[in-house]
Design a protein around this ligand. Structure first.
Ligand code: ATP
Ligand code: MG
Ligand code: FE
Length: 337
């Protein structure tokens, strides 16, 4: 198949052309980070306006970079949710317009399914598998017995991992998005603070990061009150050590308990160097096959949406022009047809 995919769920306007769910002929990403930086986070209205301004150019760029025309395309795929409703609607309207004008089928894709399928560009999926999803809005352990079937076996009860990174970064007055900044600092620090590792009930695959976030904020305030200065490198390294230890531990246990053949990693936080190193070390030790997308496919991009859409397409998933944005779309119900 040749799929034109559109992603606009948050602050990246992206369009990709994907051949057979395996080859990215193009994957154009137009980021809005600079526009949101001065607000310290994504402003929904600003995001929607940027998508409207950029989307047609990004579509044209993606088609010309791939050297194909709309006539060559078999289906138009688009992120249906979850995400910011106004942002999603821009991509969905563009996808519907293309599908209607060129009489192509339309396929709605779950954003997190997209993040998970980015791994197919590295190594073919082998089932059953477990995927550790760590992004700006999600932290989940997902069990997949086959293509398009997702079972969430654990999830965060409060903040997502990326959200915790961004909030801790704010406390340290680091620029948005905080993840990459903390990652860089952590590389030069040590786990001197020994923040708590929150494991919840024995056997649980759920996560909780809001207590850790509070511990970091308290450490900063306590130091301020005593007139001391914190060492940002150590604070970042301590925070990261706590997040990474629990993520790796639960992911490995999920793989063993589920008899999974692969451990996949997905989402923006999958770019974290500390997490990548710790997962590599633990999976080598346990003899588990680890798959992680390259750095440029961890964050939001339409390529991953096109890969997921290919697998939905071959299994017959089609949406109508009545399809709407679903800001709270469920992963478990998304691709089962
Ligand atoms: P979701 O995918 O859950 O809808 P999102 O699309 O906003 O949310 P992503 O684009 O997948 O999230 O990831 C963005 C998140 O990844 C941000 O929270 C960012 O701080 C974090 N992040 C990016 N790079 C790194 C890194 N190197 N280390 C830690 N976190 C990172
Ligand atoms: Mg983003
Ligand atoms: Fe995302």
């Amino acid at each position: 198949s040749l799929i034109l995919a559109i992603e606009s769920s948050c602050d990246e306007t992206s369009v990709a052309l994907v051949r057979d769910g395996k080859t990215l002929l193009s994957n154009v990403v137009s980021s809005q980070i600079e526009s949101h930086k001065r607000f310290g986070g994504v402003v929904p209205e600003v995001a929607s306006r940027h998508h409207v301004e950029r989307i047609t150019y990004v579509i044209d760029d993606a088609l010309s970079e791939a050297g194909v025309t709309m006539q060559d395309v078999d289906a138009v795929a688009v992120t249906q949710g979850p995400g910011l409703v106004g942002a999603l609607l821009v991509g969905i309207s563009a996808a519907k317009a293309l599908a209607f004008a060129h009489s192509k089928p339309l396929i709605g894709v779950h954003h997190i399914a997209g993040h998970i399928y980015a791994n197919e560009l590295v190594e073919e999926m082998e089932f059953p598998l477990v995927c550790l999803v760590v992004s700006g809005g999600h932290t989940e352990l997902v069990y997949m017995p086959e293509h398009g079937v997702f079972e969430v076996i654990g999830e965060t009860r409060d903040d997502a991992a990326g959200e915790a990174y961004d909030k801790v970064a704010r406390t340290l007055s680091l620029p948005y998005p905080g993840g990459p900044a903390i990652d860089r600092l952590a590389a030069d620090g040590e786990d001197t603070y020994k923040f708590p590792r929150v494991r919840l009930e024995a056997g649980s695959f759920d996560f909780s990061f809001s207590g850790l976030k509070s511990s970091v904020i308290n450490a900063v305030h306590n130091a301020e009150q005593r007139g001391e200065t914190v060492i940002p490198e150590n604070l970042a390294a301590s925070f990261q050590a706590s997040v990474v230890e629990v993520l790796v531990e639960k992911a490995i246990r999920a793989v063993k308990e589920k008899g999974a053949k692969q451990l996949l990693v997905a989402g923006g936080v999958a770019a974290n160097r500390g997490l990548r190193a710790a997962l590599k070390e633990a999976t080598d030790r346990e003899g588990i096959r680890l798959v992680i997308p390259p750095l440029d496919l961890c964050g939001d991009n339409a390529g991953m949406i096109g890969v997921a859409a290919h697998h939905a397409y071959v299994r017959g998933k089609r949406d109508t022009l009545a399809m709407n944005a679903v800001p709270g779309l469920s992963l478990e119900e998304s691709m089962t047809v």
